[in-house]
Design a protein around this ligand. Structure first.
Ligand code: PGA
Length: 244
């Protein structure tokens, strides 16, 4: 299974970012042993897709609406994102769960709509620090998986401990391996053999300096990178640590 290194730009980037952050990925991506994906804000999906057209770097969005179309002022549908050049979408990121009250049921509905529109979904799960301190991390992540993944899910899972996002703190390698093993077991229990082939990304303070160790842990099939994906050089340095 090739690793997937996905960049989540979050609410960062103006038009110049298509040339400044995305375009420099084109040539190096040709020789990488992993898959590369960038998820700019919705306003930049078209420009980034143009900057990366014909390259080996895929483009995704950071969210979509659960409804396929209709009276939802300000929202963006999966079909619109597909139409502007996105082929992936991140769903249920902890910042959306926290800032917009997104529930597991809503994330599942979004995933169903996204898949129907031809997007591949990256569904995010992860515990808070309080939940980990209370030894509830597997219960929390297990419930998020059960509630957020549609039947027959064929996308990607991202495990992102909320307390590791943007903080520079990461779980121990043993804790990451244990959680990814737990997620794998849950996927196999629900989806059978197909669950063995699903990629599980780790996300939360992935940097060039810690990527090699993280990406070689069992059941870590890549990384979801926030802050470090805003510099092409750092993002590529992380990607070079991935197994082919
Ligand atoms: P970070 O963000 O790499 O800046 O910690 C990761 C994420 O939220 O996907």
């Amino acid at each position: 299974m090739r690793a997937l290194i996905a960049g989540n730009w979050k609410m960062n980037g103006l038009r110049a970012a298509a040339a400044g952050i995305a375009a420099p990925l084109r040539a190096p991506a040709e020789t990488l042993g992993c898959d590369l994906l960038v998820c700019p804000p919705a306003t930049l999906v078209a420009a980034v897709a143009r900057a990366l057209a014909g390259s080996r770097v895929a483009v995704g969005a950071q969210d979509c609406d659960a409804a396929p179309c209709g009276a939802h002022t300000g929202d963006i549908s999966a079909a619109m994102l597909r139409d502007t050049g996105a082929v992936w979408v991140i769903l249920g990121h902890s910042e959306r769960r926290a800032d917009h009250g997104e529930t597991d049921a809503l994330v599942r509905a979004k995933a169903e709509t996204a898949i129907a529109a031809g997007l591949t979904a990256i569904v995010c799960v992860g515990e808070t620090e309080a939940e980990r301190l209370a030894c509830r991390e597997t219960a929390v992540v297990g419930a998020q998986l059960a509630g957020s993944l549609p039947d027959g899910f064929a996308g990607v899972i991202a495990y992102e401990p909320i307390w590791a996002i943007g903080t520079g703190r990461i779980p121990t390698e043993a804790d990451i391996a244990a959680m990814h093993g737990f997620i794998r077991a849950e996927l196999v229990a629900r989806f059978g053999e197909a669950g063995r082939g699903l990629r599980i990304l780790y996300g939360g303070s992935v940097k060039p300096g810690n990527a090699a160790a993280l990406l070689h842990l069992p059941d870590v099939g890549g990384a979801l990178v926030g802050g470090a994906s805003l510099r092409a050089e750092d993002f590529l340095a992380i990607a070079r640590c991935a197994r082919g």
